[in-house]
Write a protein that binds this ligand. Structure first.
Ligand code: FHN
Length: 439
């Protein structure tokens, strides 16, 4: 890996170079980014990792805000962060066993602490803690070694930085001076983003979060997006701003909701043309929460993955590692369980697209070429009626066993007679081979 550029060079890269790119017509998406979007849609399943100083308190990643911990006290807490049991190989091997194709890790969350080596502030894991190692560097190397793509979560919201001013809806009781220079804060972020996209090899993309704290502020997005697209043309921009997609973005992400739903209260119902993703907690917390035992069952997680795929969306399933760097056993076993399911049924998820039948009470469909996978998630009866697929079904069989499924079809639709067994399966997958629409 090349020697990290000086802060001056980074400032130049971060502040001046993007200007040239900004002139481009919005969204003329270069081929390598289109290819990266395709890869992303085929990947279907990622592992989200919320890990940082907040893990020490075991009350989730919002503890600084929720307990109104002043900057000084939180800075002291950060000096005690020493995750000696962190092992990138363990994390990536678990991700592989789970069947995920990419990992999205918090390089910096709202507490403003950088989980990577940076020249932009000493408030980072290498300079501020006894750990002195750069977990992102180790993870990036191990992801390359095991063929997993690494995405970087980057918080635009900052409860620590003095220049995050004027304050937004949060971070008001952090004891910072009531002053600051917003453009200096934006420069600071661009310098860090330049480091993240220069010092860690090829990065799958940047997962932004926190803009909703100051929705009316000028976040200088075209500038920052152009910087990212310039430094790594294949890197995808995944913004969790809960709005319809903006120019320069590559993925539309939803949180704790399937696309189109809004039980969380902040997800938009405007679904654009970009690849889709939904992020989900395995219990109720993103960051490690020692008392949050409300874990979803492996069956519920498999079903959510399938429901997302049936809506043409990826699932980004979260883990909140413990302060020593280990993965909670409840999360470990659930990831491996989902991985075992994908080892059998992965062919009905990876590389597919949602549809052709929109989501139904009984389940969803996914498709690839002339094959349609009917995911029967909840259906008490043997006979299942489907609308017309626009062409003839020439064969139907159970995905796992190959058992033939009886089909009757007319212009009005298709009726499948499901086998009696398998009702306790999280997802009974019927494979329909269609007469090619091409012929
Ligand atoms: O505030 C964050 C939260 O801590 C977490 O990172 C989630 C992940 O999608 N996003 C924000 C809440 O919308």
């Amino acid at each position: 890996m090349t020697r990290a550029p000086s802060l001056a060079a980074l400032l130049l890269v971060a502040t001046l170079l993007p200007c040239r790119a900004v002139g481009q017509a919005p969204d003329t998406v270069p081929p390598e980014r289109l290819a990266a979007r395709q890869w992303y849609r085929d990947a279907r399943f990622g592992m989200f990792v919320h890990w940082g100083v907040y893990s020490l308190l075991g009350q989730g990643e919002w503890v600084m805000q929720n307990r109104e911990i002043p900057v000084g006290a939180y800075e002291w807490l950060a000096t005690t962060f020493d995750p000696v049991k962190f092992d990138a190989r363990d994390w990536v091997s678990l991700a592989k066993a789970a069947g995920v194709r990419y990992i999205t890790i918090t390089s910096r969350h709202h507490d403003g602490f950088s989980m990577f080596a940076t020249r932009a502030t000493r408030y980072n894991i290498v300079d501020w803690t006894p750990f002195k190692r750069d977990p992102l560097r180790e993870l990036a190397a191990e992801c390359r070694r095991q063929g997993i793509r690494l995405f970087l979560y980057y918080s635009q919201l900052d409860w620590h930085h003095p220049d995050y001013w004027p304050r937004g809806s949060t971070g008001r009781n952090s004891g910072r001076p009531e002053s600051g220079d917003w453009s200096r804060y934006l420069d600071f972020m661009d310098v860090q983003l330049a480091e993240l996209l220069t010092n860690y090899g090829p990065i799958g993309g940047v997962w932004f979060d926190g803009m909703w704290d100051k929705p009316d502020a000028d976040w200088r997005l075209p500038h920052t997006y152009a910087l990212i697209h310039r430094l790594q043309p294949a890197a995808l921009i995944v913004p969790n701003h809960h709005q319809a997609p903006l120019p320069g973005e590559d993925v539309q992400t939803f949180e704790q909701d399937l696309p189109g739903a809004n039980t969380a209260g902040f997800n938009t119902d405007q679904i654009g043309q970009l690849p889709l993703e939904t992020s989900l907690t395995m219990n109720r917390s993103w960051g490690f929460n020692i008392t949050d035992r409300d874990y979803k069952t492996p069956q519920q997680l498999v079903r959510y993955l399938v429901e997302a795929a049936g809506r043409d969306a990826n699932l980004l399933l979260n883990v909140g590692p413990r302060p020593d760097g280990t993965i909670p056993p409840e999360a470990d076993e659930r990831l491996r369980e989902v991985g075992r399911w994908l080892a059998t049924y992965g062919g009905s998820i990876y590389g597919t697209r949602g549809g052709p039948i929109p989501p139904r009470d009984w389940g969803v469909t996914t498709t690839r070429g002339d094959t349609v996978f009917v995911h029967v998630l909840a259906w008490p009866d043997r006979v299942l009626s489907l609308p017309s697929l626009g062409t003839r079904v020439i064969a139907a069989r159970m995905f796992a066993t190959g058992e033939r499924v009886a089909v009757t079809q007319s212009e009005a639709g298709v009726t499948l007679t499901l086998p009696t067994g398998g009702k306790d399966e999280p997802d009974r997958v019927v494979v329909l081979t269609l007469a090619s629409r091409r012929r």
